[in-house]
Design a protein around this ligand. Structure first.
Ligand SMILES: Nc1ncnc2c1ncn2[C@@H]1O[C@H](COP(=O)(O)OP(=O)(O)OP(=O)(O)O)[C@@H](O)[C@H]1O
Length: 193
């Protein structure tokens, strides 16, 4: 069965505020979605709902296929050299070869450096490579270009293109323009409560 992610009539409440409501997204293999909106409208909250990390106030989310998330929280042990921090996930994900993603995102020179010493963009490159290496068909990306230099941005845009071309799904919350293959646009302010 092909990858699918469907959110139906979801609403999001944070604290006492209802942020958005009646939002539906239906993605099938190959789809890309660009979520936009001003600060505080709920883009990160939406990505976390789609990832299953935050319960929607109303509506539901269904998915077929694993979900990979990259947001501002770096899921890598700050005290380990990057190679060992990545190896932790490689054991869980059952994929020991960082391979192409690691090459393209130029991780080789960073592997001996403790994660806490990596620059913002280097950490983001490592997080993206880890997600790619997990082989999840559904990519959930919260500001994935933040911190990346122009070359790394271009490389990652090409990786999204390949991922969708191979039947993956990418849902991207981004302030910055990002080249996505035939994206559906979701302007979150249109669903503000
Ligand atoms: N745990 C929480 N409890 C209460 N309110 C929260 C919580 N987390 C986030 N919020 C509020 O929810 C709103 C939406 O936050 P969110 O991070 O989803 O917005 P965003 O659109 O991603 O913003 P930005 O563009 O600045 O990244 C903000 O007003 C924020 O203060």
């Amino acid at each position: 069965m092909q990858a699918r992610l469907a959110a139906k009539d979801i609403a999001c409440r944070r604290g006492e505020r209802l942020l958005f409501r009646k939002l539906s997204i239906d993605c099938v293999a190959g789809d890309a979605v660009h979520v936009t909106g001003p600060n505080g409208v709920g883009k990160s909250s939406l990505i976390r709902i789609l990832a299953g990390l935050l319960r929607p106030y109303a509506g539901d989310v269904q998915h077929y296929g694993g979900r990979g998330l990259v947001d501002e929280r770096l899921a890598l042990d700050a005290n380990l050299p990057l190679s060992k921090a990545l190896a932790f996930w490689e054991r869980l994900d059952g994929n020991a070869d960082m391979g192409r993603a690691g090459d393209l995102l130029q991780l080789a020179p960073l592997l001996d450096i403790p994660v806490r010493y990596l620059s913002t963009g280097q950490k983001k490159r490592a997080a993206l490579a880890r997600m790619i290496n997990s082989n999840c068909p559904i990519w959930l990306l919260d500001e994935p270009l933040n911190g990346l230099d122009h070359h790394a941005q271009t490389v990652f845009e090409a990786l999204i293109d390949q991922h969708c071309g191979a039947g993956g799904i990418a849902i991207v919350a981004s302030h910055q323009p990002i080249a996505l293959p035939a994206p559906q646009a979701v302007a979150l302010a249109d669903f503000a409560a």
